[in-house]
Write a protein that binds this ligand. Sequence first.
Ligand code: ADP
Length: 238
Amino acid sequence: MTPVLQLSGVTRSYGSPPTQALRGIDLRVDDGEFVAIVGPSGSGKSTLLNLIGTLDRASTGDVLIAGERVSDLSDARLSAVRAHMIGFVFQQFHLSDGQSTVDNVAAGLLYTGLKRALRRERAREALTSVGLEHRLDHKPRQLSGGERQRVAIARAIVRRPALLLADEPTGSLDSASGETVVQLLRELNENGTTIVLITHDRELAERLPRRVAIRDGLIVSDSADPAFAERHTVGAVT
Ligand code: ADP
């Protein structure tokens, strides 16, 4: 089976003299997984998210999305892969205030060639799948934070991406709304959506099926592979 995501020996340096934000990441995510990438501030999470989301390119090493090697793709092809393969959910929702929820979600289908009526129909279906069928014509400001994040999730999944990438999706929410969003993500995963969630919140990560911990630009543990750290720690006895 082709993994949804595979990183091999990935590094990313910034500036000169270089700061190494990632120092050799090996990570494989298979279809149907729900993985939390957890680490403190400055550990390299955003850098890793940008590489997984194909918003940035590695300094060295390989990033493969559904078998496609990111370094082999032109910027145009990479944008197309991103649009088809990856749905993004951010801490700050990024909804358009002037549009209804249904139009916010339908915006996720722009440039697909689908007619407007069909885009809106798919958007209604996606909003129904996140439990917001009664909020189709509301504007984002008329919704609670948790509801706004559910709209953002509907927009991210409306194209049925191979991978849903969530960056601190509960970071702006109170604990009850955050709980609803986590529950929704779990349901989407149970229905087949592959999810990578980035967080500094250990408690949240502990409740997810697989946890990958990152520190100082390196993976230090992987709950799916308890021997990971031993094999990857320099000087480890093998
Ligand atoms: P996190 O998301 O876990 O807080 P980041 O990926 O943002 O971590 O940062 C990892 C390291 O890379 C930090 O030391 C940070 O200062 C550095 N870094 C991140 N982005 C840049 C940048 N654009 N230029 C220089 N250094 C950066």
